[in-house]
Design a protein. Structure first.
Length: 363
């Protein structure tokens, strides 16, 4: 959708003008995709601060046909290495102050840029595109909705077809869950799915093993689907058979904390205060030391983006930000519970994108 990408480039130009840059060299592939729609594995963009007429997209010969289709609204070059070609083009165009993505460029890469165009002033310009990406436009939110829907449907199918039963391994459940997301339109999983049974569920980022699901176990599943480059993220914890009192207690505690965190999502809310809204529920119940991570994070073209909802976070929420809310309580050697949703901050109430029930599912 060239119009969308052109609008994003126009928004970025305001940042370039505010920092008195003549242009920005974009080499991060996700930022390149955000600004142009290009999905290949090699490319770069020279974005001029005044208009697209001086902007140049570059990729190599493998992507000639793809570039014509995906980037029809920019002048482009087929050459390599693209970063050096474009910094030389900036020099030829008289673009004296050139910003570069210093958070992505290596020391050796910077030296090569200097050598390619010694008369260009290279200026560190970290995070300019990411600052735009933090607030999602309608196209991005729709991709997130589709990704969340694929994960929701996959989980529903897993439960309906007895995929969570004693005797299966964590790896088997994870593979089935990921296949079902593919069946519902995902290009792939957002990340390596977490399936953790019994005591393993107390490990926040446990990787699936050959551990066998057993009756009475808590089973924690953290997973997501990738659609049009956008990631969903959801965690649900179920119990196999009748739940013990301690399992019911911590499940309800996490559910209450998660509800408090969701309710705190609002434009202007400090990210640390959002974290505190959920964390205080768990701390007041005496389990503060068992909630060992931040409340959530931004999600979009990357599975972990700004903002960070945590005690160490910085900044305030804005309408259009897509974030997760995922408190957890982890009792080492026994089991743990995490409940996670993906939501979009709105002016009224947050929009919930992951629609799977948060009631305790007993299978």
């Amino acid at each position: 959708m060239p119009g969308i990408h052109a609008r994003r480039r126009t928004a970025l130009r305001a940042s370039l003008q505010a920092t008195e840059l003549d242009a920005l060299l974009v080499t991060d592939l996700l930022n390149l995709r955000y600004l142009t729609g290009f999905t290949g594995s090699n490319g770069a963009l020279l974005l001029a601060a005044d208009d697209d007429a001086k902007s140049v997209f570059c990729t190599d010969g493998r992507y000639d046909t793809q570039a014509k289709r995906q980037v029809p609204d920019l002048h482009w070059l087929i050459d390599r290495p693209c970063d050096l070609v474009l910094v030389a083009a900036a020099a030829d165009a008289g673009l004296g102050r050139l910003g570069f993505e210093s958070h992505r460029v290596t020391v050796d890469g910077h030296s090569a840029l200097v050598h390619a165009a010694p008369k260009v002033e290279l200026v560190r310009a970290p995070g300019l595109v990411e600052a735009l990406r933090v607030v999602k436009d309608d196209t991005e939110v729709e991709a997130l909705r589709m990704a969340c829907a694929a994960a929701d449907r996959a989980f529903a199918d897993l439960v309906a077809h007895n995929g969570l039963r004693p005797g299966r391994t964590e790896k088997e459940v994870a593979r089935e869950l990921e296949q079902r997301m593919l069946d519902h339109g995902a290009a792939g999983p957002s990340f390596e799915s977490i399936v953790a049974t019994g005591a393993n569920s107390a490990v926040p980022h446990h990787r699936p093993t050959d551990a066998v699901l057993r009756r009475g176990d808590l089973v924690k599943m953290d997973f997501g689907a990738l659609v049009d480059g956008y990631h969903s993220d959801m965690t649900r914890t179920v119990v196999l058979g009748r739940a013990a009192d301690w399992q019911l207690e911590i499940y309800q505690l996490v559910a209450d904390a998660q509800a408090a965190g969701r309710a705190a999502l609002a434009p202007g809310a400090d990210v640390r205060e959002v974290d505190a809204a959920a964390r205080e529920v768990i701390e007041q119940a005496g389990y503060g030391e068992q909630f060992v991570h931040g409340l959530g994070h931004g999600v979009g073209l990357e599975i972990h983006e700004a903002p960070a909802l945590s005690r160490l976070g910085d900044g305030k929420l804005a309408a259009g930000m897509a974030v997760t809310v995922e408190p957890g309580v982890y009792l080492a050697g026994r089991g743990g519970v995490r409940i996670e949703d993906t939501l979009v901050v709105r002016d009224t109430a947050p929009e919930l994108l992951t629609l799977t029930t948060k009631e305790l599912v007993v299978v």
